[in-house]
Design a binder for this molecule. Structure first.
Ligand SMILES: [Zn+2]
Length: 430
C-alpha cells in the first residue's frame, strides 16, 4: 500500500514536470521581442539552461555534442511571457465570505498549487500575489522557486496590511469571533509607529512587496465605504519604512480620495483605481504612480451579482464598481500614467487572466500594443524585474509565449496560448 502510494507520487511528479533539454531551438514566423518595437519576421529563439542565448536568424555556437531540441511553431507569433501584477493564487471565486476563516492554511496552499499551474498554462510566467492568508503565499512562491510545484515566477506580499475593521481585517462575525480569528494576525495597524512595525514584520516574514488596503474593498464584509482608510501620516510611514527595506508598496484603492492620498504618500502602484477622478490621476501622474486596473475583477463581480452569493453591503459596492467599469483606466492611459497589467484572479477563475487584454482595449481604450506592453515591459519594471523578464533578449529568462494569430490584430488570441515556456521549461506545446 505504502509503496504503491510512493510509486503513484513519483509517477505524478514526472507527469507534471516540464520537459527540459540542454538547448532548445524555437523556430517561429513572427517574434515580438519588445512590445514597443517592430515585430521581427521568421527566426529562431535559442534557449539554454533557462536563459535566452539568441534571438533572430543566427544560430549561436554550441558545445560539442550538446543535445538540441527543436520546436517548430510554424506561422505563430512568439512573445515574452505575460506578467500579472495582481493575483490571489490561494483564493477561488464564489467561495462564501466566511470560508477564509474556515479553510485551513494547508488547504489554501493546495488551492494555490492548483491555481499556479492553471496560471502558467495561460501564458503568465510571472505573477505578483498581493494577498494571501498567513504564510500561504510565501510557501507557494518558495515551492515554485525550488521546483517542488509547477507555476509562474512569483512575488508575494503575504497578507495585506489594513486598518482595524478594514479590507483585510477579519470582520462580519460576532465581536468575540472576530477577536479570536484575528488573534495572532499581524496585518492591522493604527498610527505611524505601529504601521512601520507591520511593514518590518512583513519584510521579516519574507514579503517581496508591501500590500496595503488604502481604502475599503468591494468583497470584504466591511461597510465603511470605499474611500481613504489609512491616515496620511500612516501612509507616509508605511511608504518610508518599506523604502528603507528596499520594498515597494502596492496600494489597493478604489475611492478617489484614497487613491490621491496613497499616491501622494509615494506608493508604487494603485491597485484597481476604480473611482479615480482627475485630481487623483493628476497626483498619480506627478508621482509616477502605476495603475494596475484589474478590469477582470469586475467580470468576476458581473458573473455573480444578483445571485445571492454576496452580502447586501457587498452587492451594493459591486454594483457601484460595475457602473464605471474601465472609465478610470481610459482616463489614466490617455494621461500617460503607466499601466501595469493585473487582473485580481481569485475574484474570477484562475487561468482566465488573458481576458484582461481585450478588456483593456474595449473598456480602457488602450491599443493592443499598449496592452501587451502593460503585461510585459511595464509590469516587469513595476515588479523590479526588468533586467530578467519583459522582453525576449539574450541573457533574459526564457519566458516565452506563442499565439496562433497576430495579437496586434486579434487581441483575443492571447487568451489561449499555443506554446508556453517558463524559465526554459516547456509548459504548453502545440
Ligand atoms: Zn486583489
Amino acid at each position: 500500500m505504502r509503496s504503491n502510494l510512493i510509486v503513484c507520487l513519483v509517477a505524478s511528479v514526472f507527469l507534471t514536470s516540464p520537459v527540459k533539454a540542454d538547448v532548445t531551438v524555437i523556430k517561429v514566423a513572427h517574434i515580438i521581442v519588445d512590445a514597443s518595437k517592430p515585430v521581427l519576421g521568421a527566426g529562431i529563439i535559442v534557449v539554454r539552461d533557462g536563459k535566452i542565448i539568441a534571438v533572430g536568424n543566427t544560430m549561436p555556437a554550441l558545445k560539442p555534442n550538446e543535445p538540441v531540441k527543436t520546436i517548430d511553431l510554424g506561422s505563430r507569433t512568439a512573445m515574452p511571457g505575460f506578467i500579472d501584477s495582481h493575483v490571489h493564487l490561494s483564493s477561488d471565486p464564489g467561495t462564501p465570505w466566511y470560508m477564509e476563516s474556515v479553510l485551513s492554511d494547508p488547504y489554501q496552499t493546495a488551492i494555490g498549487t492548483k491555481n499556479a499551474l492553471l496560471t502558467v498554462k495561460a501564458g503568465f510566467t510571472t505573477v505578483r500575489d498581493v494577498g494571501s492568508q498567513a504564510d500561504v503565499g510565501f510557501a507557494l512562491r518558495d515551492a515554485i522557486n525550488n521546483g517542488v510545484i509547477v507555476g509562474p515566477r512569483m512575488l508575494s506580499s503575504g497578507p495585506a496590511i489594513s486598518i482595524i475593521g478594514g479590507h483585510g481585517d477579519t470582520s462580519g462575525f460576532r465581536r468575540e469571533v472576530n477577536d479570536a480569528l484575528s488573534a495572532g494576525n499581524h496585518n492591522t495597524c493604527t498610527g505611524a509607529d505601529q504601521c512601520a512595525a507591520r511593514v518590518r514584520e512583513a519584510a521579516r516574514a519574507g514579503a517581496d512587496v508591501i500590500k496595503i488596503t488604502a481604502t475599503g474593498g468591494v468583497l470584504s464584509s466591511q461597510s465603511r465605504g470605499l474611500d481613504q482608510h489609512f491616515t496620511d501620516a500612516e501612509l507616509r510611514s508605511i511608504v518610508s519604512t518599506a523604502t528603507t527595506l528596499g520594498l515597494k508598496v502596492a496600494a489597493h484603492a478604489h475611492g478617489a480620495r484614497g487613491i490621491e492620498s496613497a499616491a501622494r504618500a509615494g506608493v508604487a502602484s494603485i491597485e484597481h483605481g476604480t473611482f479615480a477622478d482627475d485630481a487623483a490621476l493628476k497626483v498619480m501622474k506627478v508621482n509616477g504612480t502605476y495603475m494596475v486596473p484589474t478590469l477582470m475583477a469586475s467580470t468576476g463581480l458581473n458573473d455573480r451579482v444578483g445571485k445571492g452569493i454576496y452580502l447586501p453591503q457587498v452587492e451594493a459596492k459591486a454594483r457601484a464598481a460595475l457602473a464605471i467599469w474601465g472609465k478610470a483606466l481610459a482616463k489614466a492611459s490617455q494621461m500617460g500614467i503607466p499601466i501595469a497589467f493585473g487582473t485580481d484572479s481569485g475574484v474570477f477563475e484562475h487561468g482566465r487572466n488573458g481576458e484582461e487584454f481585450a478588456l483593456m482595449v474595449s473598456k480602457g481604450g488602450m491599443s493592443p500594443r499598449a496592452a501587451i506592453a502593460s503585461a510585459t515591459t511595464v509590469a516587469a519594471k513595476l515588479l523590479g524585474l526588468d533586467r530578467e523578464i519583459g522582453t525576449l533578449e539574450v541573457g533574459k529568462s526564457a519566458d516565452i509565449v506563442a499565439v496562433d494569430a497576430d495579437p496586434l490584430a486579434d487581441i483575443h488570441t492571447l487568451e489561449h496560448p499555443a506554446f508556453v515556456m517558463a524559465r526554459g521549461s516547456i509548459i504548453v506545446t502545440p
